[in-house]
Design a protein around this ligand. Structure first.
Ligand SMILES: COC(=O)c1ccnc(N)c1
Length: 246
């Protein structure tokens, strides 16, 4: 899977060569291209922004450099992702959708945002590109770069082979299927007792059926306590025949 990022702060993306993502690159599972938008700003001062039409504070990113950059970077079938607080919510489900794309191109906006004609241009059916304006939560950042790091990490771990065999995404919080609209329960490792606190006995019973039931109960309990909004979405169809007794 190919990720391309267009930004005026390419240095934000040095973490991509670290840990999980670095190893996945070495194994050829993922590839990243980080591009400085100013490479496509052809005026003497390499200008990428200007004052907003209609007045108001701040600056808006000019369409010309973005159009040149995106024409060069986008390939057929790519998805153009524009991180913005006004976008649709980025969720585990959306991450799964994006993980199916051959190429994701992220346009990192700064200032008051990117001239809206850029998204309109690439949203037209003739562009052959799908445009997603996505938000990682209800708050505003100085630029889209941090949001892109969040989305790249959430998406790339879903790409087959990126996580080791020992790790599975199917039991993650929010994972489609049994965990959709649920958060995971508590986890434990050695030592068996720590500062007088013991590991729940069921987890050392070796009884896999009971352990799975306990984990499901704890996920429901934790979701009810911390994310009642998710539990409301779970509905009757999201519960299995044993859940009703909770
Ligand atoms: C400039 O981008 C943002 O402020 C942003 C992007 C994605 N999600 C957000 N919640 C904010």
């Amino acid at each position: 899977m190919r990720f391309d990022i267009i930004t005026i702060f390419p240095e934000y993306f040095t973490p991509l060569s670290a840990s999980l993502l670095g190893k996945a690159q070495d194994r050829g599972l993922l590839s990243f291209g980080v591009h400085d938008l100013r490479e496509w700003a052809y005026d003497r001062h390499r200008t990428v922004d200007d004052t907003p039409y209609g007045g108001g504070p701040g600056m808006v990113m000019k369409p010309e450099p973005w159009g040149q950059a995106l024409d060069d970077v986008l390939t057929p079938g790519a998805r153009l992702v524009v991180p913005t607080p006004s976008g649709r919510r980025f969720t585990q489900k959306v991450a799964g959708e994006l993980a199916a794309s051959p190429q994701l191109v992220f346009a990192c906006g700064r200032y008051e945002g990117i001239d809206s004609r850029v998204m309109a241009h690439y949203s037209s059916p003739s562009s052959g590109v799908e445009v997603d304006e996505l938000s990682i939560g209800d708050y505003v950042l100085a630029g889209g770069e941090v949001a892109v790091l969040v989305m790249i990490e959430a998406v790339s771990r879903l790409v087959p082979g990126v996580l080791g065999n020992a790790e599975s995404v199917s039991d993650d919080s929010f994972a489609p299927g049994r965990m959709e609209n649920l958060v995971e329960g508590p986890v434990y490792t050695k030592p068996p007792v720590w500062r007088g606190l013991e590991v729940p006995q069921v987890l050392t019973s070796g009884h896999h059926g009971r352990i799975a039931r306990w984990r499901r109960d704890e996920a429901l309990r934790r979701t009810a306590a911390l994310r009642p909004d998710l539990l409301a979405r779970l509905g009757r169809e999201g519960l299995d025949k044993h859940d009703r007794r909770l």
